[in-house]
Write a protein that binds this ligand. Structure first.
Ligand code: ZN
Ligand code: ZN
Length: 171
């Protein structure tokens, strides 16, 4: 009777396994392996098949951030006319604010999508969300009525709609 050799995962070095990464052939356990559309991979090999849209260069990050700041500022100036700061709100103003949130986040999406060359992922999501937050802050700042911002439900609906739309679109 021949004795079987006990093999261990080369990644965590803890678990017994006889599975191998289908690319580099390294021993890999159930905990450490990643399932991909092209088979089981170790974490090193998964990095290589990350789609290019999720790889963002530093230059793209910087230019996208700058463009997001500039347009966040512009959208803030525009939104003060679309949604004036007031403590008054009704069904109509809330629906309107949600609509402008959709509209402005769509414009920001087109601009940031263009400036980042169609990138997706956490970094670009954060840039886009910061841009719409900046527009809300600019809107509050220009109005000169920061205290009223606390009761500004219209502005909150605008911001929330924008954040949700942009976060989802750059996923
Ligand atoms: Zn392992
Ligand atoms: Zn591998």
């Amino acid at each position: 009777m021949n004795q079987e050799e006990i093999l261990y995962c080369q990644n965590c070095k803890n678990n017994e396994t006889n599975l191998r990464c289908q690319k580099c052939n390294q021993l890999i356990c159930y905990n450490c392996m990643k399932e991909t559309p092209v088979g089981y991979r170790c974490s090193n090999c998964v990095e290589f098949i990350k789609p290019p849209m999720y790889k963002i260069s530093v230059i793209t990050l910087i230019t996208s951030s700058l463009i997001a700041i500039v347009f966040g500022f512009i959208m803030g100036v525009i939104s003060i006319f679309l949604i004036p700061i007031q403590s008054y709100y009704s069904f109509i103003t809330i629906i309107g604010s949600g609509f402008f949130g959709l509209l402005i986040s769509q414009i920001l999406f087109i601009i940031i999508n263009w400036s980042s060359n169609g990138k997706r992922g956490k970094k670009i999501q954060i840039i886009a969300v910061c841009s719409i937050i900046l527009s809300s802050l600019i809107r509050l700042y220009i109005s000169g009525n920061i205290e009223m911002g606390i009761n500004d439900l219209n502005g909150f609906v605008y911001l929330l709609t924008g954040v949700i739309v942009l976060w989802d679109k750059f996923k």
